[in-house]
Ligand binder design. Sequence first.
Ligand code: CTP
Length: 411
Amino acid sequence: MSFVGMPLEGKKILLVIAGGIAAYKSLDLIRRLRERGAKVRVIMTRAAQEFVTPLAVGAVAGERPFTELFDLSAEFDIGHIRLAREPDLIVVAPATADLMAKMVQGRADDLASTVLLATERRILLAPAMNPAMWNNPATRRNAERLQADGVAFIGPEAGEMAESGERGVGRMSEPLAITAAVEKNLFDLPARDALIGKKILVTSGPTREPIDPVRYISNHSSGKQGHALARMAAQAGAEVVLVSGPVNLPDPSGVKTIHVETAQEMLNASENALPADAAIFAAAVADWRVTQEAAQKMKKQDGKLPVLSFAENPDILATISRHSNLRPRLVIGFAAETEKLIDNARAKLLKKGCDWIVANDVSTGTSTFGGTSNEVHIVTANGVESWPMQSKDAVAAGLVKKIAATLGGAQ
Ligand code: CTP
């Protein structure tokens, strides 16, 4: 049989099955991954074995699942450290509230949690639990923390639970959706020491320009791309300063995050972060601010409409690109365009004086703003590199690798 062209050909997936009724779907997940060419190795927690048997899992996976931390024959044969190191991606499906809590705390009291703590590979969680457990503030906090630590999620979905006809968000994503997420998350992370000794400045999110004490002008930027870049650069060993506008994201792990509101504050914080080896301007800075912010809340005046006057905001990217003595060696801008993407990006490269422009299409129908995927083109003086549609984390990993290659860090 020929496997040529199979999307997961040659990829090694470690599947961790935790204890939940959704574990029955993991059998189908194993089958879907294998029919796409992946080699699947499985760890089952003790609770998982109450829902599906190791025999059934072994039959579908084509090899015995691993169940014990101190299994002498398995330790000599494979060993938990090798289990943690050899896969290209670790998938936890179903991921239970308990296993997520353990991951947040860094606990390692069984084989699954030990491997999850010992690995440097990317981890994809497919949570499944009762809606009340998913909505519990403890689980919300844990999910946020894991995301800020770089763990990827698929689901859970809304719908009827396997148990007792209950409804709400908590259903594990279907095996085919998890398989698609596996394909999206299979990218190489930058080396852990790729940016050691380098300082990187990143701006992220929107800015918020006040009209009066309760109103403001802003935009739909979620900050996902900028935050992913900051996290990825830190994971590659860089000292990272993230200057973030208001976003609904936790501060990334290992990153010094400075919170700002306005473009002027973002400029000040960015200048204060210099010197840096590279600066990445992923923020969607509001182009204009209201000239005179009202000191008190503006009241309705019998149908008379307020007139706002605007002033142009400082261009942070252009200012730092042209900094007389503290210009970072590598200055990277983003370009959000709705038409003539490459032409406009080239013009922006010249106008702003930066080294690269990461151009993306934000026209209607694309889900760049707020979404988790991004199709980017890297425009430099030497030409254009077009990358396929991929997750924002994968874009961040690719950019960090390219930055490391350019700065020539320890490899
Ligand atoms: N940028 C900035 N400061 C501003 C405006 C933009 O630092 N006041 C940066 C953004 O972070 C991004 C790049 O400039 O890296 C391009 O942003 P974009 O909104 O695409 O361009 P604009 O300069 O606003 O140009 P236009 O609105 O005309 O497309």
